[in-house]
Design a protein around this ligand. Structure first.
Ligand SMILES: Cc1ncc(COP(=O)(O)O)c(C=O)c1O
Length: 389
């Protein structure tokens, strides 16, 4: 993926492609909003996995490090090593476990693994011993999501194993919510209860890890009782609050003053006048009702603009909404601009962003594309250069 700093942006603007502008200033402001919300006693592990939710992990991590985040959360050792290679020194939590054979690299790159299996402990202890390092680890407890982590029943055995280690120490304990944003769902309180039981088991074994963390963005927004000593927000930092639900519908909670970090833009590639009754695009799924002007945009599902947005989404051009008409294809998308005077080749088009009081965000595209804003953001493909401001 091409990564372009702001001073080089002019050349990009001239070649007429599709690009994403990432405001690192906004990212830093969002971090400050979240830190203020949870208060100074709760540490933030800023989640920058999956290439920073499509925003660029290295650039985001450097900005968040400069803002003072004590922790960065990534998926695996490969993502962690990439951040270290970029000169990032902040603590890095590997949230999705380890593979056999990665232990030496984890230790030498000062990455902090999440563990829940006895072999995790055995292999990491060996690697830490080899490098004569005292390696901090975080233990993950499965409190009901049935994804990653040790069951409460498995904890005594893991505690005994840890007690035999001379080169590992338990710095953190965590779990992950399945649906923290659903306020009346029973699973979050049930998960909390199981987590408290897990903490009690650790206590019985003399283990009181200082970093206790559960909360993702939804819990940061809506469940202060879960914050403990650290939280792991991702999507909030990129400017999106998840709708908080009660009784099956969204409730209007005062949301945090966050601003989307990413703006996705393209330019009009060509414009054509089409008579009434004409079919537009593959399979002719859109028929013009009247004489129309169609602008063709150089963006398609290969760029991550989902095909499900065909005949559903809208873009902003010259400060007006223009509907997507016909099928989104691999490289091209058509929008009806008949109501917008003066459309010309090269006009800037907003796919995600706002202008003139109009706005399209990843939540809207996710709703229309039958997915979640995460997938929209992560799905913006490598072909789309990121421009940093
Ligand atoms: C273990 C873990 N913690 C935190 C997060 C951050 O989630 P969110 O972006 O909803 O804050 C994720 C993301 O999926 C995760 O897997």
């Amino acid at each position: 993926m091409e990564r372009i700093a702001l001073p080089d942006r002019r050349s990009l603007a001239l070649d007429g492609r599709t690009w994403a502008e990432v405001s690192l200033t906004t990212l830093r402001e969002n971090f400050r909003v979240v830190q203020q919300h949870v208060g100074p006693k709760v540490a933030i592990c800023a989640v920058v996995k999956a290439d920073g939710y499509g925003h660029g992990a290295t650039e985001c991590a450097l900005a968040l490090e400069a803002e003072g985040t004590p922790w960065l959360g990534v998926t695996d050792a490969a993502e962690g090593r990439a951040l270290r290679s970029a000169g990032i020194w902040t603590r890095i939590l590997l949230m999705t476990g380890i593979w056999k054979g990665e232990e030496d690299g984890i230790v030498s790159h000062n990455l902090t693994p999440t563990i829940w299996e006895t072999w995790h402990i055995e292999r990491l202890e060996k690697a830490a011993k080899k490098q004569q390092i005292n390696l901090p680890v975080h233990l993950k407890v499965d409190t009901g999501m049935n994804r990653l982590g040790a069951s409460v029943e498995a904890l005594p055995q893991l505690c005994d194993k840890l007690a035999l280690c001379h080169h590992l120490h338990l710095e953190g304990v965590s779990t992950h919510f399945a649906s923290a944003e659903v306020l009346d769902a029973e699973d979050a309180p049930r998960q909390m209860k199981i987590f408290e039981e897990a903490l009690a088991v650790l206590g019985q074994h003399g283990l009181y890890p200082p970093l206790v963390h559960i909360g993702n963005s939804a819990a940061v927004s809506a469940r202060p009782e879960t914050w403990k000593t650290m939280v792991r927000p991702g999507i909030l930092l990129y400017g999106y609050s998840l709708p908080v639900m009660r009784g099956g519908s969204a409730v209007s909670e005062p949301s945090l003053p966050l601003v989307p970090v990413l703006t996705w833009k393209t330019r009009v590639l060509t414009v054509k006048d089409v008579a009434a009754g004409e079919a537009v695009g593959y399979m002719g799924t859109y028929i013009t009702k009247e004489r129309s002007r169609i602008a063709v945009l150089p963006v398609g599902y290969a760029d991550g603009y989902p095909r499900l947005l065909s005949n559903r989404a809208r873009v902003i051009v010259r400060g007006e909404y223009a509907p997507v008409v016909g099928r989104v294809s691999m490289d091209l998308t058509m929008v009806d601009v008949g109501h917008i005077p003066g459309i010309a080749v090269g006009d800037e088009v907003i796919l995600i962003g706002s202008n003139n009081g109009k706005s399209v965000d990843a939540v809207e595209l996710a709703r229309l594309g039958e997915t979640v804003p995460y997938e929209i953001l992560c799905g913006i493909s490598q072909r789309v250069p990121r421009v940093y401001a």
